[in-house]
Ligand binder design. Structure first.
Ligand SMILES: [Zn+2]
Ligand SMILES: [Zn+2]
Length: 360
């Protein structure tokens, strides 16, 4: 299912574009994204495609323009194969730039397989030392393959063909706060832009705000997998995105994304997309409008229901629950009520259960 969006200012004016995006599933070898058609049926190729690859708990984002292939992170080491298959499925034979946002395993782990299997011209990371076997293996590969290394710092700007890549963070990272050392990338193509902030926490969000960085973006990846360590209201208000993509694994140990953060996104009217619920999420744009294509599910996650998927509550409480929530067994059958959707539950005065954090 392809959901089409028109940039806010153009919503009423722009022609409806029909986008035919070929979706890649791991293991399949498919050609690069197909061109899409404008209202007159003329071919308009996407100028920029941003793929949020489902790697379970972790990040991996593939950015493709007319000229360059850029990869940001590759999930855990065990996800390396998934990322390589995905890239090869997109016809990628070489990566112009790989960014390892910070040395945590759910970001650089899969890069071992990527660097082994796919030629990489340049690698950028915060240039911090981290004493893990994984990090050693990563450095050894960069050395062995003689890949050009660049220290990523705020202020760097790159032309990547039809889009511009800017680094907004870090300025002076330290090894004692690896999440806050994350490289924050902004990608802009015409009127559409993306903020890809790795795992930065509130401290860095404040720093970036204080530096007066141009944060406003059309679509953002949730900071730190949608954790309450990050995603401060002030930061989200400055980014002011239309949609957020949360990259996290189903049933992960951290409870990501946190309910409080989901609530903030909802309060700000931001459409929520989630790799744990929707698999791979691909955004394509021609610089004017964009489309979001999800592997599973239809629209944004908050509107997403599987057939037969219903939210449940009790006439005795003000909470609503995911159908798998452990609290449901305590609801007497005669008290049970079923909501068609989150909106339905909220309109009836119910609030999300903190245990199951229902989003359906
Ligand atoms: Zn992470
Ligand atoms: Zn991290």
């Amino acid at each position: 299912m392809v959901v089409l969006f028109l940039h806010k200012s153009k919503r009423l004016l722009a022609l409806i574009l029909v986008l035919l995006l070929v979706f890649a599933f791991s293991g399949c070898h498919l050609p690069p994204p197909a061109p899409h058609l404008d209202g007159d049926g003329e071919e308009v190729s996407p100028e920029l495609t941003v793929h949020f690859i489902d790697v379970g708990q972790g990040d991996s984002i593939f950015i493709q323009t007319d000229e360059q292939n850029v990869l940001i992170d590759a999930g855990e080491r065990s996800a390396g194969e998934v990322v390589v298959d995905y890239l090869q499925g997109q016809g990628v034979t070489e990566l112009d730039l790989v960014i390892g946002t910070h040395p945590h395993s759910d970001h650089i782990g899969g890069l071992i397989q990527v660097l082994t299997d796919i030629p990489v011209k340049e690698i950028m990371d915060p240039a911090l030392v981290h004493t893990t076997k994984l990090f050693e293996d990563y450095l050894t590969l960069i050395d062995e393959k003689e890949i050009k290394f660049t220290e990523g710092r705020a202020g760097m700007v790159r032309d990547i063909g039809n889009a511009v890549l800017e680094i907004l963070h870090p300025v002076a990272p330290t090894g004692s706060a690896l999440n806050d050392a994350s490289i924050v990338t902004k990608i802009s193509c015409g009127k559409i832009s993306f903020l890809l902030p790795g795992d930065i926490e509130k401290k860095s969000e404040t720093e970036i705000l204080d530096r007066g960085a141009a944060l406003k973006c059309t679509i953002m990846k949730a900071c730190h997998h949608g954790s309450t360590t990050s995603n401060s209201l002030e930061f989200l208000q400055a980014v002011d995105p239309e949609a957020v993509v949360i990259m996290c694994g189903e049933g992960n140990d951290y409870g990501h994304p946190h309910g409080e953060v989901l609530q903030t996104y909802c309060d700000l009217g931001i459409d929520i997309y989630r790799t744990d619920l929707q698999g791979n999420i691909v955004v394509a744009t021609d610089g004017e409008v964009y489309s979001i294509n999800t592997e599973k599910g239809k629209g944004p996650a908050e509107d997403y229901y599987e057939p037969g998927f219903e939210l449940l509550g009790s006439v005795d409480s003000d909470k609503y629950h995911h159908p798998d929530c452990r609290h449901i067994k305590n609801i007497k059958p005669e008290n049970k009520i079923i909501f068609k959707s989150r909106k339905d539950a909220e309109e009836k005065g119910y609030r999300p259960c903190k245990t199951c954090q229902p989003v359906g």
